[in-house]
Design a protein around this ligand. Structure first.
Ligand code: IMP
Length: 193
């Protein structure tokens, strides 16, 4: 079967996408015995996704894709954005990041707490580059709720739902999320190839 590398160390993401793709073998960095970090120094999600995909493509020569995700909060002029993973500093925890957001939005009224998650996937396929985007609008709650998910899930309520991502059944989150929307576009593309 033809291989496509998912340039990610997250094996959950790899198996999630393999689930929807039959004709391609989705290979993780672990399968390639590559455990080092991939450079990620761009100033946009698109630059980062491209940088990661290009790095792995150049190194291994397989068709390859990479994703990058950020949370954009309007009141904070789009922060944490591309810095979502390390908003509260290098090696910070998910909790440090959510606490920092809650602190910065202290006393900000609900109507000004609008935000969105964005994912960009870059695919390098037979030498050509393709981008697939997904986003979900919502707002930042005043306090954390829910135990599921990861990252900023306990403080993000997607539009049209009265629960946070961390209170949401994973099957539902995986249908409506930013990553699900971008991944569905990638899957559609690859299933037609
Ligand atoms: P990555 O590009 O997928 O590694 O995501 C960067 C950062 O965004 C993560 O470290 C999380 O803090 C945050 N993030 C990404 N996806 C989600 C999500 O679905 N829910 C909550 N936070 C997320």
């Amino acid at each position: 079967m033809n291989k496509i590398v998912f340039a990610s160390h997250n094996i959950h993401k790899v198996s999630e996408i393999q689930h929807s793709i039959e004709k391609w073998d989705i290979v993780s960095l672990k399968d390639l015995d590559y455990a080092d970090d991939i450079p990620e120094t761009g100033s946009t999600l698109r630059e980062n996704a491209l940088q990661k995909a290009q790095f792995v493509y150049d190194k291994f020569g397989y068709n390859c894709f990479a994703d990058d995700t950020g949370l954009e909060i309007d009141f904070l002029n789009g922060e944490p954005g591309v810095f979502s993973a390390r908003y509260a500093g290098e090696n910070c925890s998910f909790e440090d990041n959510t606490n920092k957001v809650l602190e910065k939005l202290k006393s900000v009224p609900m109507e000004k707490r609008t935000a969105r998650f964005k994912t960009t996937i870059c695919l390098i396929f037979e030498g050509e580059k393709y981008f697939f985007d997904g986003e979900v609008e919502g707002h930042i709650c005043e306090e954390k709720s829910g135990e599921m998910g990861f990252g900023y899930d306990p403080i993000f309520k997607p539009i049209n739902y009265n629960i946070t991502f961390a209170e949401m059944d994973l099957d539902l989150k995986n249908k409506i999320s930013h990553r699900a929307i971008a991944s569905a576009k990638l899957v559609e593309f690859l299933n037609q190839k």
